[in-house]
Structures are given as structure tokens and as C-alpha cells.
Ligand binder design. Sequence first.
Ligand SMILES: Cc1cc2nc3c(=O)[nH]c(=O)nc-3n(C[C@H](O)[C@H](O)[C@H](O)COP(=O)(O)OP(=O)(O)OC[C@H]3O[C@@H](n4cnc5c(N)ncnc54)[C@H](O)[C@@H]3O)c2cc1C
Length: 299
Amino acid sequence: MDDVLIIGAGPAGLAAALQLGRYGIRPRLLEGSRPGGLLWNANRVENYPGFSGGVSGPDLVRAFLDQTEHIQITREPVLDLTWQDGAFYAKTPASVYPAKTAVIASGTKPCPLTGFTIPDTLRGQVVYDVAGLLDSAGAKVVVVGGGDAAFDYAINLARKNSVIILNRTEQVKCLPQLFAQAQACQNITYRPNTGIIRLESAPAGGMVVECSSPKKTIKLQADVLIGAIGREPQLDFVSPSLMERSADLEKMGILHFAGDVKNGMFRQTAIAVGDGIRAGMLIHQRLMENANEADRIHR
Ligand SMILES: Cc1cc2nc3c(=O)[nH]c(=O)nc-3n(C[C@H](O)[C@H](O)[C@H](O)COP(=O)(O)OP(=O)(O)OC[C@H]3O[C@@H](n4cnc5c(N)ncnc54)[C@H](O)[C@@H]3O)c2cc1C
């Protein structure tokens, strides 16, 4: 049985593993996708200390991964996490990993686009992140959303593609500098008060995006459609009975949530990293207390 199980090797999970390593504790770190997490999608991170002038998301991830190179990552998705008879059990397609303590650092999942049907033929072209698109050039991209992620995605992809941002309302929720940057970019068209009503495959490839705007219905051609209308905690794998007991287990110091998965609107890398370090410290403290208690009993 492992002392510590960490689910997710994004900034929070990596930081937790790094901190535990300082005490000589080797956690089982499970990652279902690409280590580094959501940050692979960030165009420019300007609020992570230590990088004057900012740093690109992928460069910051590479720095994290360089620093944590010695930490073993088990590349398996957790399908089910349960709590039974005093232990956590993480089930993956390959195995079941029992552990005394768990850190859930699984980040968020995108809110799906709604209000229109996505034809099966277009499923591969309707996506929710940009990490896999960064090499594409000359494509027509439509981004849906009005917050930081929508504008960050648009600015990132507009270097080599033409981008339209569709915002259902007039309200812009992104940082002012992102809005200004998008406005100044020749490859970005911003359309407020415009919502998608229909999506269909175009005969010549790509798709036709039919939208309602205040005065008329418009049809846009696109190769790819990106949803950026919000994110919610990724907790699909946590069993309902564990979720029910989670507050008690947190109080007992054996379950920790770290990073975006618990941070609501405070979804930022520095906060996620801080959460991970804190979880590592608390777990060490608890393991020490348990060891001292066992010592006392045996003496
Ligand atoms: C476009 C964009 C721009 C951003 N810009 C900034 C910025 O400028 N400044 C800033 O501070 N932050 C920024 N962020 C936010 C930043 O990326 C996140 O705050 C940070 O990545 C959160 O780290 P995390 O470890 O909590 O979660 P994540 O990075 O989401 O990592 C979670 C990890 O858990 C894994 N996982 C999930 N479920 C399972 C499972 N069942 N089994 C195994 N593994 C699982 C995922 O694959 C993922 O690798 C930006 C985000 C986006 C999308």
C-alpha cells in the first residue's frame, strides 16, 4: 500500500509530489493524460513569480517537468476512486492502487457547448482546448466564449490562423489587456451578441456555423470550433460514497483537494502550486504524528 496517492500531474499534483519528495516520501502520482495539465494551453502567463515579462504556458510546464524529472509518474487514468476499510483505492484500466492518503489534484473539465447539435462527422473538429492546435496554420477558427480562456485561445491561434470570437452577450469577462490585444490583432474578429444556432458539415470540408446576431442570421465558415464557455471541477472518477464522506476525510487529514479542482474562480497556477505544497506539508505532518503515536504505543 502506498503512503500517498496523487491524482493529476498538473501544477498542483507536481508541487505536492515535489514537496513530499523533500521529506523522502515517494507518492504514487497518477496522470491520465499529458503531465503538465491545463497550462499547456496558456498563451502567456504574466502572474507566475520569477518570470519578468511573463512566460508561455508550455515553457512554464517544461520548467515544472524539468524540476520534477526524478518523480515517477504512472500514466494511467483513474476511473474510480473509493474509500473502504481505512484505505483509498484508485482503479485504473491496468490496476488498483491502494493508499493511506490521497490528494485529488485533477483540475477541471470544460463546460460543453449547448444550444445546438454537433453532427457526428464534426466531433473531431469541435474541441475545448488548443494545446493540440498550436502547429496549425491557415485555418479558420471560431472560438465561443467571452472570458480569459476564449481571448487567450484566440490570441494564441491568431499568430498563424484567422479567428472569430463569438460572444453570446455584450459582456466581456476577460482581462482588459487580453481584450485590447485581441482588438489590435488583424487576424481576430470579435462578434458580441452572437450565438450559434446550427452547425453543419460544409460540402468542401470544414463546417458552416450558423449564428443569430441582433439584426440577422449569419453563416460563417470554419475548420475548427473551440468551446471556451467555462470549466467545472473534474471529479467524475470520485465514487459518490467517497464524495459524501470527503469533508470528514479532509478533517482527518487523509484526503486533500489541491488546485483548480477546488478553487472556483481562483483558478491560477501559483495558487494551485501553493495548494500542492501545502497538501504535501500536511501529509508529512500527519505521517510524523502517526509514527510518533505508534512509537509511544510500542515503548
Ligand atoms: C487559456 C488558459 C490560460 C491560462 N492562463 C493562466 C495565467 O496566465 N496565469 C495562471 O496563473 N493560470 C493560468 N491558467 C490556469 C492554469 O492553467 C491552471 O490554474 C493550472 O493549470 C491548474 O493546475 P491544476 O494542477 O490544479 O490542474 P490542471 O492543470 O488542470 O491539472 C490537472 C491534471 O489532472 C489530470 N487528471 C484529471 N482527471 C484525472 C484522472 N481521472 N486520472 C488521472 N489524471 C487525471 C489531468 O489530465 C491534468 O493533467 C490558464 C488556463 C487556460 C486554459
